[in-house]
Structure formats: structure tokens, C-alpha cells
Design a protein around this ligand. Structure first.
Ligand SMILES: Cc1ncc(C[n+]2csc(CCOP(=O)(O)OP(=O)(O)O)c2C)c(N)n1
Ligand SMILES: [Mg+2]
Length: 356
């Protein structure tokens, strides 16, 4: 199975193109956009960890190391497509059109952070693991019934494949042949549980066999592999050829969330080693250097522009008051259910007691 689903690369660790038939499609414009988004998402991510440590936002979920998966797949989308993200996929959301300010407001606990940006079908991030898969299959079914050319991308982690919803989502999508791309980021851990303790199968991609849909395993730190394979899967979807399962093999360098300490369950040397050998940004830089379109001054300009954009978004976020806990009862359903109404009342009584 590991041989049948071997990891595909278009660019190797040294930044060399190993699948020459893609070379022509890799334009300077595309590479520059990729590089800018990679730097932008990494800068934003590091800033958020710092803001959380200072108590300026709430718990935060970092994605450093997984930028190529998120940026590469989001750049492959068309404007009318749907995005169903998890709590770790704000890199993908920001690349597809959610603003930095809105992303920060989400992590500050403000409901404004959950409103899809104008004109983009970006669903608020899912925290309950794998629940987004059947829903994404449903959205894809709706697009199919309407006869549009819109496709759906749904993100999920390796841990999500242990949930029933993963199988239900794939089964539905397969039976109804709907336009959805199941984009798995296999960062090899579900919090502290390594992949070898989550499943006996050697790959996630092979699970596609059970649903008779294409399954491919790619190097998730190779932005070209992510971009081109996602684009092909989206094309298949648009052409009525149904769903695809993509397993992008990657690694998160840091903690699961800002309340996690990874040194408790894994050797920190592994992240250090991967940073030095397979980092997605370093690889693209190497490629650009070899191709002769790396320019130090341009890279400095990109970094400075991104720093200014991030600082401006932080300033905007800080103009909002801190989260209002009452909001969480008001935006679950259009009309609150009796259980939610009761919980809100209990909260309000507790709050009055605290104030009095
Ligand atoms: C239904 C459900 N069960 C348990 C949790 C607690 N939980 C939060 S993140 C997580 C691990 C998910 O791992 P994975 O799918 O690999 O995604 P990653 O966090 O690595 O991106 C778990 C078990 C949850 N959020 N939802
Ligand atoms: Mg994981």
C-alpha cells in the first residue's frame, strides 16, 4: 500500500523540479504570489502566538510548518468555490479572502470573526472533529443539483479519519458523485496521539479505495505538489467526475494549541530537524534562487509589507472590546432552542450575582 500510495513531489527538498512536465506552468507570477502568501501566513501565525502569550487574544491554534498545504490548496480555488476549514486552517482562509482582522477577531472570541467575507463561501472554522465532512459533501451535492461549476474543498486532520463522519462524508460524496475535494493535512499527530496509534493502515490516501474514488498522497511541504494536485482534483470535480481524497503529509513545528506542551509527548529535536530540511518556505526560496528570480531586496520588501499589514490588523482588532460571553447563546440558531434559552438565563443570573 505504501508503494501504491507513495508520496508525490513536484519539487524536492533542494528546490529542484522532479516532474518536468509541470515546469512550464510554474510562472514567475505564480511563484511570487505563493511566496508572499507563505510569508504572510507565517508572520501572522507567529504574531498570534505572541499576542496570546500577552493575553491580547484567547487560545490560539498555530499552523507553522503547514503553510504550503494551506496556501497551495487555497490558491488552487476559484472565487465561487466553497471552503470548509478547521480551527487550524486560518492560513487557507486568509489566502482565499478572509481578512487578517477578521481572523484575529475570531481568536479574540468575537462573533464578527465568524462572518464569511463578502462574496466568498468560507464557512466558519469547525472545532468538533470531522463534522465538516458530511456538510461539505452536502454543499457539493447542492452545487451539483443547481448545475453550477462550483466545487468544494474541505480540510481535516489525520485524527479526523478515526471519526464516523469521515466515512459518512466520503461515502455520500462517492455515491452521489459530488464535486468535493477532501483535503487531509496529515501532520502525524492528533494532539498527543501519533498516527501509528490512530490507525493500522499505512496511509490515509488508501482509504479512498473503499469508496472507489481517487486517493493521492503528496508531499505537503512542496507547494507545487499541493497546488497542482489540488487544482487537478478541483477540475475533476467541476467536470462531473466526482470527489478526490488528497493526503498531504506534513508536520506542525509547534504546539497543538497555545494550551499544549508538545515536549510532553514528542522529541523536540524532530521539529528542529524538519525545519532545517523540509521547511516549505525554505524550499521555495531554494527553487527561486536556482531559477534566477530570487531577489533579496524584493524579499525584504515582501516581509516589510506583510509586517505592516499584520500590525494594522492587530490595531484594528484591538479597537474592538473583548468578547461578550452572552453572544455565544445568540448565534447558534436563528431562534434559540429552550435548552439554549435556559442556559443563557442561568448565565445572566450568575453574572448579576457576580456584579451585585
Ligand atoms: C468530536 C471531537 N472529539 C474530540 C475533540 C478534541 N480534539 C480537539 S483537536 C483534536 C485532535 C485532532 O487531530 P487532527 O484531526 O489530526 O487535527 P490537527 O489538530 O492535528 O490539525 C481532538 C481530539 C474535538 N474537538 N471534537
Ligand atoms: Mg493531526
Amino acid at each position: 500500500m505504501e508503494r501504491q500510495f507513495s508520496i508525490r513531489q513536484i519539487m524536492d527538498e533542494q528546490g529542484r523540479i522532479v516532474e518536468p512536465e509541470y515546469r512550464e506552468q510554474i510562472t514567475e507570477e505564480l511563484v511570487m504570489a505563493m511566496y508572499r502568501h507563505l510569508v504572510r501566513t507565517r508572520t501572522f501565525d507567529r504574531k498570534c502566538v505572541s499576542l496570546q502569550r500577552q493575553g491580547r487574544i484567547g487560545t490560539y491554534v498555530p499552523f507553522e510548518g503547514q503553510e504550503a498545504c494551506q496556501v497551495g490548496s487555497a490558491l488552487a480555488l476559484e472565487d465561487g468555490d466553497w471552503m470548509f476549514p478547521t480551527y487550524r486552517d486560518h492560513g487557507a482562509m486568509m489566502t482565499f479572502g478572509r481578512t487578517l482582522t477578521q481572523t484575529l477577531l475570531y481568536w479574540k472570541g468575537r462573533t464578527e470573526g465568524c462572518i464569511p467575507p463578502q462574496g466568498k463561501k468560507i464557512v466558519p472554522p469547525y472545532v468538533p472533529i470531522a463534522t465538516q465532512l458530511p456538510q461539505a459533501a452536502g454543499a457539493a451535492y447542492a452545487e451539483k443539483r443547481k448545475g453550477t461549476k462550483n466545487a468544494v474543498i474541505v480540510y481535516f486532520g489525520d485524527g479526523a479519519t478515526s471519526e464516523g463522519d469521515f466515512h459518512e462524508g466520503l461515502n455520500f460524496a462517492s455515491v452521489f458523485n459530488v464535486p468535493v475535494v477532501f483535503f487531509n493535512q496529515n501532520n502525524q499527530y492528533a494532539i498527543s496521539v501519533p498516527i501509528t496509534r490512530q490507525m493500522k493502515s499505512k496511509t490515509i490516501a488508501q482509504k479512498a479505495l473503499a469508496y472507489d474514488i481517487p486517493g493521492i498522497r503528496i508531499d505537503g511541504n512542496d507547494i507545487f505538489a499541493v497546488y497542482f494536485h489540488t487544482k487537478q482534483a478541483l477540475e475533476r470535480a467541476r467536470n462531473g467526475e466526482g470527489p478526490t481524497l488528497i493526503e498531504a503529509v506534513t508536520w506542525r513545528y509547534g504546539a497543538h494549541t497555545t494550551s499544549d506542551d508538545p515536549s510532553k509527548y514528542r522529541d523536540q529535536e524532530e521539529s528542529k530537524r524538519r525545519r532545517e530540511t523540509t521547511d516549505p518556505i525554505m524550499r521555495l526560496e531554494r527553487f527561486m534562487q536556482q531559477e534566477g528570480f530570487w531577489d533579496e531586496n524584493w524579499a525584504i520588501d515582501i516581509q516589510e509589507g506583510v509586517n505592516a499589514e499584520v500590525e494594522q490588523a492587530v490595531a484594528e482588532m484591538e479597537r474592538y472590546p473583548s468578547a461578550n460571553p452572552e453572544d455565544m447563546f445568540d448565534y447558534v440558531f436563528a431562534e434559540p432552542t429552550w435548552t439554549i434559552a435556559e442556559q443563557k438565563q442561568a448565565y445572566m443570573e450568575w453574572k448579576r450575582g457576580m456584579e451585585g
